[in-house]
Design a protein around this ligand. Structure first.
Ligand SMILES: Cc1cc2nc3c(=O)[nH]c(=O)nc-3n(C[C@H](O)[C@H](O)[C@H](O)COP(=O)(O)O)c2cc1C
Ligand SMILES: Nc1ncnc2c1ncn2[C@@H]1O[C@H](COP(=O)(O)OP(=O)(O)O)[C@@H](O)[C@H]1O
Length: 325
């Protein structure tokens, strides 16, 4: 490994001693949306025809967080989840390059030279999204890559951008869709419902004692929040889905000081201790705005009505799924 191109490798059976042939799919891949998945599918095809291992190369931190810290994007999923999703999509290995200001200053050809000279693997091909830019000031593009690959006898694939409903699928578009509450658009582009993942932390203990409706408070390190409000969704724990009611907001009814925006999840038909465990939450349907009630009694009556509507939502969903089957 060289001094500027530093990376760690996630995946089984990577033996640097025998320097395997790799087909490299390169990109940031935050969220691993349908456009990214298309790149990984092409990568798998490229790897097959070259007798190589399909490997995704991603960057951490996000390049914009290093180059324009004030415009650092909120990641759609944490790095660990990005790696998991890339592998699920077909990448046998994931190389995580440490993105630094020094790395960003590399000329495109210099970056490629370092890839070719990496002692850990032998480069067989490269696969990117057509509009991927790289190297100093983003001056490297797919035309440069194509020419470089041709001159070095490497395979090369540039995947056209995926469009859905006339809009180009991208992590930024998905971030904006979630923040604007357009969860259907986000789900369509991700190819799955949008999921926020975190660890259950302690709250004020009021939901059980004053609302008879315990809510798991999610401490999350990455993920874009949809607008404040009440949602029908699914909690995900150990790979199992539980229908759930979700409240995003400041819980203004209680008027707690130093209130911060919280994500609270009530799992329907569940009892148990969730503190400290990892929980995912999928946002499926916006039910109503968060409101300030006169007190816990009035809020409790409203939550009871919310839970009835959420059960109806899931019953309808199940009926529709039954029809489609
Ligand atoms: C379905 C649901 C809807 C909620 N709606 C509101 C609301 O409109 N306004 C509000 O102030 N809090 C609302 N809450 C949040 C409760 O205020 C929250 O569960 C309470 O603050 C308890 O917090 P704790 O977990 O720290 O005990 C809602 C909670 C749930 C589960
Ligand atoms: N159905 C459920 N949904 C959510 N949390 C539950 C449920 N049943 C039990 N719990 C437990 O109750 C806790 C939430 O209770 P709550 O009174 O809201 O306390 P806190 O304010 O600490 O979140 C959760 O973290 C979890 O451990």
């Amino acid at each position: 490994m060289n001094d500027i191109l530093k990376f760690s490798i996630a995946g089984n059976g990577f033996d640097t001693a025998c320097a395997p042939r790799l087909a490299l799919g390169i990109g940031v891949f935050d969220g691993v949306h349908l456009g990214h998945r298309r790149i990984i599918s092409e990568l798998v095809r490229q790897a097959k025809r070259n007798g190589a291992v399909p490997a995704a190369m991603t960057f951490d931190p996000h390049p914009r967080a290093v180059l324009h810290p004030t415009e650092a994007p909120t990641l759609l999923v944490p790095l660990s989840e990005r790696i998991r999703l890339l592998r699920e999509a077909g990448a046998e290995l994931v190389l995580v390059v440490r993105f630094t200001a020094e790395f960003a200053r590399l000329e495109p050809e210099e970056f490629l030279r370092r890839l070719l000279e990496c002692p850990e693997f032998r480069l067989a091909g490269i696969c990117v999204g057509e509009r991927w830019r790289f190297g100093r000031g983003g001056c490297g593009d797919s035309a440069l890559l194509r020419e470089y690959a041709r001159s070095r006898g490497l395979d090369f694939t540039a995947c056209p951008e995926l469009e859905i409903g006339g809009e180009t699928v991208s992590s930024s578009v998905i971030r904006r869709a979630i923040a604007a509450g357009r969860l259907d658009t986000a789900a369509e582009m991700l190819g799955r419902p949008y999921r926020l993942t975190g660890v259950v932390e302690y709250g004020y203990g009021a939901a059980t004692s004053r609302l008879s409706c315990p809510t798991a408070n999610l401490d999350f390190k990455a993920g874009v929040l949809p607008p404040d409000g009440v949602y029908a969704g699914c909690a995900v724990r150990d790979g199992r889905l539980y229908p759930a009611a979700i409240n995003v907001g400041l819980c203004p009814t209680f008027g707690w000081e130093q209130a911060r925006r919280r994500v609270e999840i009530h799992l329907l038909d569940y009892t148990g201790n969730l503190y400290g465990s990892e929980l995912g939450v999928e946002f499926l349907h916006h039910l109503r705005e968060e409101r300030t009630f006169t007190g816990p009694e009035e809020l409790k009556l409203q939550i009871d009505r919310d839970l009835v509507r959420i059960r109806e939502f899931f019953a309808q969903r199940q009926a529709q799924e039954g029809k489609q089957a």
